[in-house]
Design a binder for this molecule. Sequence first.
Ligand SMILES: Cc1ncc(COP(=O)(O)O)c(C=O)c1O
Length: 469
Amino acid sequence: MNQSRISSRNVALRDFARLAEIDRNALWHPYTQMSEYGKQDPIIIERGEGPYLYDVRRRRFLDAFGSMWCNVWGHNHPEIVKAIQQQASQLCHASLFSVSHFPAVELANKLVETVREDYRFADAPTTLNHVFFSDNGSTAVEVAMKMALQYHNQTGQINRTQFLAFTEGYHGDTFGSMAVSSIEVFRRKFAPSLFSVHSAPYPMQVDPDERPGNWRSIDRQVEATLAGLSDRLAAVVIEPVIQGAAGMRPLCEDFLTRLRKYCNEFGILMIADEVFTGFCRTGPVVASSTELVEPDILCLGKGLTGGELPMGVTMASDKVFAAFSGEWAEMKHFLHGHTFSGNPLCCAAASRNLDLIVEHKLKENVKSRSREFAQQLKAKVATHPRVGAIRQRGLAIGVPIKDAKGNEDRGYAGRADANAVCARALEKSRVIFRPLGNIITIVPPLNLESEHITEIVSALADGLQALQA
Ligand SMILES: Cc1ncc(COP(=O)(O)O)c(C=O)c1O
């Protein structure tokens, strides 16, 4: 046996130094400055249970960051684990390129029905009846973009080859999804290699009861931009209800409805990127259904499997799907696929997740827990002189840290302050937050209890002591 190999299970405390050394040197963490990371002892997680993660040094952490915003039920929900285990005992993988399998068929059916249920008050049943699987959120967006391009190509609209996306939007880290993203710090170094994309302002509305004063002028600007590009645009790509990676920027009420109207008017497809907002993060399974707006193409990921396994989904309307129908020889079939598209283990996890959402009335739970969060944040955090206007839709929350002069629009220039707050919360309270620039995000598991909300908010309130008033 190779003595230098470290078992991933139940690592004894005496192995920690070796484990940490390998972690620093061999493991390249995403979006992490490795030389800074290496200065501290890493948190090496051994197991998860509910909202808590436990590390190899027997410490317990509350995961207020939802393991990169995907966690729905806390970690290792026994029902999802059981579904994965049962599936693993039968079939771990068979490729949808040439065959089909029960978990994929079952999940496709459940997804269509779940989406339909969200839109039950709409004038007509939703037509999002077609499910294309991929591996993550970025690929779900790539798939949507290719679908839109191929759709126009095959419906005689060959000049519709361009996209419009919204300021501060984030849609992933692959090249197509980066092109439609606009967070400057993430894309700057790749910008020369990205194709150009049209941009329109994303009207932010922090207070759910009050539209911003500039709402009408943004609305007119978007309409004029779409009208001007109407012969060239394949699709618009938008994060409905709230932009996540931009620092939790809630979307102005009714904007999605207006956008849908303009897309219909100008023959442009609407792609809703609900990789973050999907699966009840803001309440409904599909956030766009809040305004009963049905996109032509819907992207889902993150919470799809309850956040337990990686998977992406792109759902298409009947209209889009129909454009791909023909003889093999016409080459109209969708020219995209991944080896692990619709992997049975992921499908089994996602299927169980969809059942649990109904069984545990998750939509209602998110509503009541988000009210509790708002109340506690108002009482314990919002009053701090360095805290700006808290942004919240459901259990997607952003707490801006202002500079000493009261400026809250600081972006990555304010990162050090937000980092200091998060570092103190981690050290003193063992609650994991991750800042985005000067915004501290709270994206917890969706089934959390009151005591967890108190734990998170108290940790943040204490963390704020790292700042000078
Ligand atoms: C709205 C949105 N789209 C796409 C993505 C990319 O998802 P993934 O990280 O799974 O590729 C994210 C990730 O945060 C996201 O928030």
